[in-house]
Design a protein around this ligand. Sequence first.
Ligand code: IDP
Ligand code: MG
Length: 164
Amino acid sequence: MPIEQTLVLIKPDGFKRGLTGLVMDRLDAAGLELVAAKMVRVTEKLAREHYRELSDKPFFPNLIRYIRGEFHDLKQNQVLALVYQGDNAIARTRQAAGATNPEQADPRSIRGSFGRVTTQGQFENVLHASGNLADAEREVQLWFKPEEILTPIYTAAAANGKKK
Ligand code: IDP
Ligand code: MG
């Protein structure tokens, strides 16, 4: 099994509802190793770049507002950004997170336990977790400089090769 790194963001609902420690406990319990962590002010540019593959979706404008904390009164637009490492870390983190729609997620998963769909139809699902290796490589390098990660494994060449 290859060693992978994956990006986790504690989204504004998770942060505001005091779920940061719980998410980190669950990922610890899953045997994942924390190799980077920082609070980040999410600019419009960073949000759009992070979610660029979803820019055509009808929920995109509200997704950008959501990740920037505009629905949760986060004046600094802050999220906690984390990088977890381990064998098969990407799939294992997704497993702990649960399905995108919290109403369809395994009730024991983080999203299934603590996420919600708002009356406006927004999925508030506590955390972001990279979906696959290509996303993980791009996202870890979008949010972190190599020197901010204890043991960086993704190279700049991989990220540049994936730029449009
Ligand atoms: P993921 O976060 O599980 O990888 P993506 O499809 O990459 O799911 O979507 C990114 C985020 O956009 C989701 O976590 C969720 O917050 C939001 N989202 C995705 N699909 C919908 C939808 O159909 N309605 C509302 N929000 C959505
Ligand atoms: Mg995704």
